[in-house]
Design a protein around this ligand. Structure first.
Ligand code: SF4
Length: 378
């Protein structure tokens, strides 16, 4: 089924949804991806099937505008919506917007069936206006290694990425997070017994909510799956983002990947453990936490300066550290990332749980983005 996939553009270079780079790869010939602002009446009339991303609540306002526009010019079109925020609030969204379908829980198999013309009523996990199928498809660890990565169907993304490099003055943020992104766990975080202060704001820690969404506990990659998944990305891409979740066995020092990797470590690794990931890649930029996943938000025992000394021309380390903390840590400016820059208050769980908050903030964001788009032509 020919389908137009629409990503409401947030113009915020940290906001995308990782599954976008594998969810459509098996159906890349029958889908086309665009940013929200690229949608026009010709495209609306050309397609009968639309998928709109609603992964981040800041997309909500634009999501509503896109839905309205599609149904105004193509009454019979079917709209499926999905993403993390969509999963949290799908009932409210169904009630407020003229959308047709949502896949609850894991998307991989249901999306494939949907794009191959299977009737939505017969697809596991699918919800429609007058039916709600059981969440009977659950992603399994063995599936990680068979994910394939493809963004050929979404050429605007690559153009956006390179334009972004000119847009952000601080070059430390260039390519910091980008597609394809491999996250080493799916459906939550396994680290909850050792939750740290940062976990309070993280969706990964909301185990009950996530269990409800996915109908299963979190799934974390084995070492074999991690290697297989990176190899799959390597077949198609020259550069990846890699997010190492707690409990991932990630000593991959016996491997060499011909890739540039932006790595974020979100787990308690030794200095040697960090190097065993970072130096497995041709080039890497690795973000290392200052706080470990232990109660009380303790600092790591890592010798940050030793890690900095181990850098070479192709492998660099950045540290999440606040300005205050850095008074004692003395991490050089070129190795520092301020946590405030990447985790503002509005990105916190308690804030966007409230639908009204989410909608109001997304409206403010949308108007700012509209201005940005003018100086950001694709
Ligand atoms: S350890 Fe990281 S991913 Fe897990 S709940 Fe805490 S912040 Fe989230």
């Amino acid at each position: 089924m020919e389908t137009l996939i629409i990503i409401p553009i947030t113009m915020h270079n940290f906001s995308f949804s990782a599954p976008v780079s594998w969810l459509f790869s098996r159906n890349a010939d029958s889908v086309k991806g665009i940013f929200g602002f690229e949608l026009n009446i010709d495209l609306i009339k050309k397609y009968q099937s639309f998928i709109i991303e609603l992964n981040w609540f800041i997309e909500l306002k634009e999501f509503g505008i896109i839905v309205k526009n599609i149904k105004k010019h193509n009454r019979k079109a079917k709209i499926l919506f999905g993403g993390l925020f969509a999963s949290l609030k799908y009932k409210e969204i169904m009630a407020k917007f003229d959308v047709d379908y949502h896949i609850r829980g894991d998307n991989e198999l249901p999306m494939h069936l949907y794009l191959n013309g299977e009737k939505p009523e017969g697809i596991p996990n699918m919800t429609g206006r007058n039916f709600a199928n059981d969440i009977s498809y659950r992603f399994e660890e063995s599936e990680f290694g068979s994910l394939s990565f493809d963004l050929d169907w979404f050429p605007s993304y690559g153009r956006f990425l390179s334009l972004g490099e000119e847009y952000y003055e601080d070059t430390r943020y260039n390519h910091l997070y980008h597609l394809p992104m491999i996250i080493t766990a799916k459906g939550g975080c396994e680290n909850l017994k050792q939750a740290h202060q940062g976990c309070v704001d993280c969706m990964g820690a909301k185990s009950e909510v996530l269990q409800d969404i996915y109908n299963r506990p979190p799934v974390t990659m084995s070492r074999e799956s991690l290697i297989a998944t990176i190899r799959n990305a390597e077949r198609k891409f020259d550069s990846i983002s890699l997010y190492i979740m707690p409990n991932t066995p990630c000593d991959i020092s016996d491997q060499y990947f011909d890739l540039y990797a932006n790595i974020e470590i979100d787990t308690d690794l030794s200095l040697e453990g960090i190097k065993k990931i970072a130096f497995a890649f041709r080039e890497s930029l690795t973000i290392v936490p200052i706080h470990i996943q232990k109660a009380g938000n303790q600092k790591t025992n890592l010798d940050y300066h030793e890690l900095i000394k181990s850098q070479d021309h192709h492998h660099r380390f950045l540290f999440f550290v606040t300005e205050d903390e850095n008074k004692s840590l003395q991490i050089p400016a070129e190795n520092r990332l301020y946590t405030e820059d990447v985790f503002p208050d509005w990105a916190k769980w308690d804030y966007y749980q409230n639908y009204e908050n989410a909608y109001v903030f997304s409206s403010i964001f949308y108007h700012k983005v509209k201005e940005d788009v003018k100086s950001f032509p694709l």
